[in-house]
Design a protein around this ligand. Structure first.
Ligand code: GLN
Length: 254
């Protein structure tokens, strides 16, 4: 009797071991989840909220990430970090892909591969309602605020204007609302969201000064398999109107 018990215990232990081996034995390629790096400070693309589409994260990008995961038969997870750390995290293998309203630039293309674009944006200026800024060159003698590491910073730098950079869009907008700066240069859809949520500020566009920017998902250089899967999901979401529906939904949401 005692012996049988021992055998049984050993058998159960073996099964448990085998099951756990199958559950966590796979390498990154066979993993049952796909980890997206983002910086959840960029509404309406990514922001923190309780009960979001993935955990406490929501937004256009988060919904896109969820759908890519679903189509791959994997659980999409979010790793929230500073915007400046995203591409390094991708190169280190800390995340599988980066979805962060990230503009495709030649400089970024040197370190990562980008998917097909899924959204077109541009830089705009957010100013106080009574501001006399009507075009980009009016910023010359003004107090300009940008967000660190965003394309808006590069654009203002290239214009040769001095500026102050903040870590978060919300901090920059607060600075403007409090009258501590004259203009915030940031991506168009995010600007719309901030203007909607704050009294007394408006958007000024200047198509001759700010070029169109395209958002895409980044993967580690050479990760063609994942890139192809992401591209086919994005193409599908562009074709069937999912992305435009998401854009309207998250921009209108209070
Ligand atoms: N589109 C801008 C960039 O790529 C800002 C992106 C973001 O803040 N998430 O730099």
């Amino acid at each position: 009797m005692k012996k049988l018990k021992k055998v049984l215990v050993a058998a159960v232990a073996a099964v448990v071991m085998m099951t756990s081996l199958t559950a966590c034995g796979g390498g990154a390629a066979e993993s049952s989840s796909i980890v997206f790096g983002t910086n959840a400070e960029f509404p309406p693309f990514e922001f923190v909220t309780s009960g979001g589409t993935i955990g406490d994260y929501d937004g256009i990008d988060i919904a896109i990430a969820k759908q890519i995961g679903d189509e791959m038969g994997k659980e999409a997870q979010i790793n929230n970090m500073e915007f400046d750390s995203l591409l390094i995290a991708l190169q280190n293998g800390q995340v599988d892909a980066v979805i962060a309203g990230m503009t495709v630039t030649d400089e970024r293309k040197e370190s990562v591969d980008f998917s097909i674009p899924y959204y077109t944006a541009t830089q705009v200026m957010i100013v106080k309602d009574d501001s006399d800024i009507t075009k980009a060159s009016d910023m010359e003698d003004k107090k300009i605020v940008v967000i660190q590491g965003y394309t808006g910073e590069t654009v203002v730098k290239e214009m040769g204007y001095s500026y102050e950079s903040f870590k978060k869009g919300t901090e920059a907008v607060l600075e403007l609302v409090n009258g501590k700066c004259d203009v915030v240069v940031i991506d168009s859809a995010t600007a719309s969201k901030y203007v909607k949520d704050n009294e007394g500020i408006k958007i000024v566009e200047d198509a001759s000064a700010f070029e169109a920017e395209e958002y895409a998902i980044a993967v580690k250089k050479g990760n063609t398999e994942l890139l192809n899967q992401i591209n086919s999901s994005i193409q599908k979401m562009l074709d069937d109107g999912t992305i435009s529906t998401l854009s309207v939904k998250y921009l209108d949401e209070e």
